[in-house]
Design a protein around this ligand. Structure first.
Ligand SMILES: Cc1cc2nc3c(=O)[nH]c(=O)nc-3n(C[C@H](O)[C@H](O)[C@H](O)COP(=O)(O)OP(=O)(O)OC[C@H]3O[C@@H](n4cnc5c(N)ncnc54)[C@H](O)[C@@H]3O)c2cc1C
Length: 322
């Protein structure tokens, strides 16, 4: 069996998990394996959605003790499910939660682990993955020597494709409580907030923004495009009040949106490591020699404080954010 750990939020399976599920469906078809979707929580409402994205079986582990995320509780639950079903491949989305739980599961099972993969294949029933290494300068193709193979998939790289399957639901026993770590409280930034790692459109600002207050112009463009705002490390470190969760790059988040607009960002290798997987890159910089232009699909040499409001006006006129 190929098992996909699916994260839920507000009774729905999260998009990066649906992407992993769709990719796993392709692998299951390629290798003749059964595809299982695993949900863990107090009550796994919305689990049936997994069948719409190709799950032959839906496995639920429900217990009040699993209502809030617990690193060791969830890791135990997922590891138990892998063993109970004899799964040889476990996938999870490389979200904050997926990156936390998947290596713990791998450690518990003595399984090989590959993080943040951008391509998957099955060869003779075994998993092969590709993942960017050396700050995105090279791509490593990795196979596993262990019987159980665990990998996390980078959000926004694979496409969530509806594919209706039976999705027979089965409840599995939950691990006993008494977990060592439990999330007590989640302070959400606001309703409708999308994590930049999962966003489809990102408008990012760098040191060229000159001040945190100037990010307002980026927010307006992001809103007009239905996107979110990110930042370079220089902007985050400048003391402008931008949180580290906005930082894109080697020591920030790795993003792969459909559209990335870099405003006043020079394109240092450590920044590029976090956004080179973007499908379309637009760079706005007043220095025609800025390295970001080497990477950009479209480059605009100009003052961002003139260019960005013009783009916002055009995006609004075209109704792009709707
Ligand atoms: C170990 C390590 C890890 C790092 N991790 C990260 C990371 O995760 N993410 C990251 O981003 N960086 C990271 N860095 C820092 C990185 O090396 C760069 O210093 C940083 O990315 C530079 O940010 P920037 O492009 O915003 O600033 P700068 O390099 O200063 O570029 C600012 C740009 O704005 C342009 N500009 C100025 N005014 C305007 C204007 N009005 N209109 C248009 N353009 C304008 C300038 O021409 C310039 O190109 C890391 C560094 C190290 C050593």
């Amino acid at each position: 069996m190929i098992l996909v750990f699916c994260e839920t939020r507000d009774g729905r399976i999260r998009k990066p998990s649906l992407e992993a599920l769709s990719e796993a469906r392709r692998l299951a078809d390629e290798s003749g394996k059964v595809l299982g979707a695993l949900l863990v929580g107090a009550s796994c409402a919305g689990a049936e959605e997994a069948a719409q994205y190709g799950a032959d079986a839906i496995l639920k582990i429900e217990a009040p003790s699993l209502a809030a995320y617990s690193s060791d509780g969830y890791a135990q639950a997922v590891a138990d499910a892998v063993q109970a079903k004899g799964a040889t491949v476990l996938l999870a989305a490389a979200t904050s939660l997926g990156r936390d739980v998947a290596p713990r599961v791998a450690a518990r099972l003595g399984a090989g682990y590959a993080s943040d993969v951008t391509a998957l294949a099955m060869a003779d029933g075994r998993l092969q993955v590709s993942r960017p290494v050396y700050a995105g300068k090279a791509v490593a193709t990795t196979s596993f020597e262990t019987a159980i193979q665990v990998a996390t998939t980078r959000p926004n790289v694979f496409v969530a494709t509806p594919c209706a399957k039976a999705g027979a639901v089965e409840a599995l026993p939950a691990p006993a409580g008494g977990f060592l770590a439990v999330v007590k409280e989640i302070l959400a930034k606001g309703t409708g907030h999308v994590d930049i790692a999962e966003a489809d459109v990102i408008v990012a600002g760098g040191r060229g923004m000159k001040d945190g207050a100037n990010f307002k112009v980026l927010e307006e463009l992001a809103e007009a495009l239905g996107g979110v705002v990110g930042a370079s490390r220089a902007a985050v470190d400048a003391g402008w009040g931008l949180p580290h969760s906005m930082q894109i790059g080697q020591t920030g988040k790795v993003v792969s949106p459909t559209l990335y607009i870099a405003c006043g960002i020079s394109g240092a290798i450590q920044h590029v490591a976090g956004m080179s997987g973007s499908k379309v890159i637009v760079a706005i910089n007043k220095d025609p020699e800025a390295p970001i232009f080497k990477l950009a699909t479209y480059g605009i040499v100009g003052d961002l404080f003139e260019v960005v409001p013009e783009l916002t006006k055009a995006a609004k006129a075209m109704g792009l954010g709707k």
